[in-house]
Design a protein around this ligand. Structure first.
Ligand code: 4NP
Length: 170
């Protein structure tokens, strides 16, 4: 995902992307930031989220997403925004929640360097299922809890892999 060392002077910029930017990607942003904070790695990462649609621009995270995250001690602070082609210039890694987001992001990318920045979150899930983080929007609280659990274990594994690029202090 990156060959260059991740340092405080050269932090790693990561953007999680779903459709509305109110359920799955805000959860991923909040969980990944929480794990980074827990490990004292704040200066090494810049973390954001966005949506491929404009449906919910400006809205906070869905109340059920917030409820589940709060229960686990995590605050979701995002305000929905749309992912723009220009974001590819600002992020090292752009993480899609499902195939639809992945395909939409691919259409926004310019050239192989930008295309290579796009991954799906469940590529990092130890139990990846069908590779998609299911859209919980029209369902009940159980779906949101399922999303949280998928996002949490995938984020742990993603962070572990990125930590290999943080040089050890000598
Ligand atoms: P998200 O969930 O992509 O995880 O934020 C959705 C939010 C809104 C809609 C669909 C999915 N919607 O159709 O408005």
């Amino acid at each position: 995902m990156t060959d260059s060392p991740i340092t405080s002077d050269n932090p790693f910029n990561i953007c999680f992307v779903c459709l509305g930017n109110i359920c799955r990607s805000p959860t991923a942003e909040g969980v990944f930031q929480h794990l980074v904070n827990q490990q004292g790695l704040q200066s090494y990462f810049y973390i954001d989220s966005a949506g491929t649609s404009a449906y919910h621009i400006g809205e906070p995270a869905n109340s059920k997403s917030q409820q589940i995250a709060n229960r686990k001690g995590i605050e979701l602070k995002s305000r929905a925004r749309r992912f723009e082609s220009s974001d590819f210039n600002n992020f090292d890694l752009v993480i899609a929640m499902d195939d639809e987001n992945y395909q939409n992001l691919k259409m926004l990318a310019n050239g192989n360097n930008q295309l290579s920045k796009i991954k799906k979150l469940r590529e990092f899930d130890p139990t990846p299922g069908d590779g998609n983080v299911p859209d919980p929007y029209y369902g009940g609280i159980d779906g949101f809890e399922n999303v949280f659990n998928i996002v949490y274990r995938s984020s742990e594994s993603l962070l572990n892999s990125l930590k290999n690029n943080i040089p050890q202090e000598s």
